[in-house]
Design a protein around this ligand. Structure first.
Ligand SMILES: *Cc1c(COP(=O)(O)O)cnc(C)c1O
Length: 384
């Protein structure tokens, strides 16, 4: 049976070159970057080289990069770190309704601790209209956080315009760019953002490492307290192998992005068109064009996302759904609900996210496999 991994928005396999670059730092180059002897200084140099590699990918000065323990931590650090150290200017923050939980839950945490939170809506394609943000801005707004590309439905936000509105209102702008890094150009200068999060394991690097770009001049309190690492902003001995892996992954992403994104866009278009043509009562979710290359998200009426995933898994296809079956209660995705999909349609969501390992042959296999699965599920569906 063919094995088809189409869940690259959840995680990606480590690139061979990335693994090769990491191994020495798990092995004989084990030094602590804070140590003065050469073994330590070798590790220091490796960390600083990785910082330059990541900086080059997003067009930032290397000194504006803080390494973190992943994308979630970067989001937490941006929101909590900024809110705590700037509350003298105001206590109002804004996020969008389709943010990843790493931003949404962090914003809710701040709301529980005395900050005012506004969650701006999206339209039915998942876009935050500049007008929605304009309406939400207040004189005491200090921070706006809106993601670059949505993990569930693939919609890319008009970040440049949104950041401009935040700045005009005297607030800083953070974006979670975990899903767009390595897929479309992400340039902190042209996007005009003050803070940006990214994660290594979504770009063929190791898990548990990421970074936060913080524009020079932004006041941000230390997030993890302890030693003086990462310029007193993120204490703890650096995850040297992880950071080296992230740096290497960033460099490869930069080299391969243009060509690979074109390939993924072609494959995803074929896959999405094929699904929509062969399966009735199916909706493409997210923006039809302005979306992450390789990202296919659909909703099937009368079926339940989890059952599609299980049957696809039996056929060797690994994908995901927005509706997570947690503790027996089927909660449809907050993203699809925010886009105005009724519960019964939001329940039948399927996300297929393509990446380096996927071929045209695999797309054809999914196009053969999926229609009979949906047909079978619908035949036994009580919803129909
Ligand atoms: C995966 C993801 C994260 C979390 O990153 P981790 O490194 O897994 O903590 C945050 N935001 C978005 C949009 C993501 O897709």
């Amino acid at each position: 049976m063919m094995k088809v991994y189409m869940d690259h928005s959840a995680t990606t396999p480590i690139h061979d070159q990335v693994l090769k670059a990491m191994i020495p730092y798990l092995n004989d180059r084990f030094g602590n970057p804070s140590s003065v002897y050469s073994l330590g200084q070798e590790a220091r140099q490796a960390v600083e080289q990785a910082r330059s590699q990541v900086a080059a990918l997003i067009n930032s000065p290397a000194g504006d990069i803080i390494f973190t323990g992943g994308g979630t931590e970067a989001d937490n650090q941006a929101l909590i770190g900024y809110a705590l150290s700037n509350q003298d200017k105001g206590r109002h923050i804004i996020v969008s309704a389709v943010e990843h939980h790493a931003v949404l839950e962090t914003a809710q945490f701040l709301a529980k601790h005395g900050f005012d939170l506004t969650i701006v809506p999206v339209d039915n394609q998942g876009t935050v209209h500049p007008d929605y943000l304009r309406e939400a801005m207040r004189p005491d707004t200090i921070l706006v956080s809106i993601m670059h590309g949505n993990n569930e439905v693939g919609t890319i936000q008009p970040i440049q315009e949104l950041a401009e509105i935040a700045h005009q209102g005297g607030a800083v702008f953070h974006t979670d760019a975990v899903q767009t890094i390595g897929k479309i150009p992400v340039d902190v200068k042209s996007l005009n953002v003050d803070m940006l999060s990214l994660s290594s394991h979504k770009i063929y690097g190791p898990k548990g490492v990421g970074c936060l770009y913080v524009r020079k001049g932004i006041r941000l309190s230390s997030f993890i307290h302890g030693g003086g690492q990462e310029r007193h902003r993120r204490a703890g001995t650096e995850n040297v192998p992880g950071i080296v892996g992230l740096g290497c992954a960033a460099e490869i992403a930069q080299q391969e992005m243009a060509q690979e994104s074109k390939r993924l866009h072609h494959l995803a278009t074929k896959l999405a068109d094929g699904i929509l043509q062969s399966i009735p009562d199916t909706y493409l979710t997210g923006h039809p064009h302005n979306r992450i290359p390789g990202h296919v998200s659909v909703c099937f009426k009368y079926v339940e996302g989890e059952s599609i995933l299980l049957m696809l898994d039996h056929m060797g296809v690994m994908a995901s759904s927005g509706s997570a079956c947690t503790s027996g209660s089927l909660e449809p995705s907050h993203v699809l609900l925010a886009m105005g999909f009724p519960h019964e349609i939001a329940h039948g969501s399927l996300r297929l996210t393509l990446g380096k390992g996927n071929s045209e042959e695999q797309v054809n296999y999914v196009l053969e496999t999926l229609p009979p699965i949906i047909e079978r599920l619908r035949a036994m569906s009580p919803l129909k």
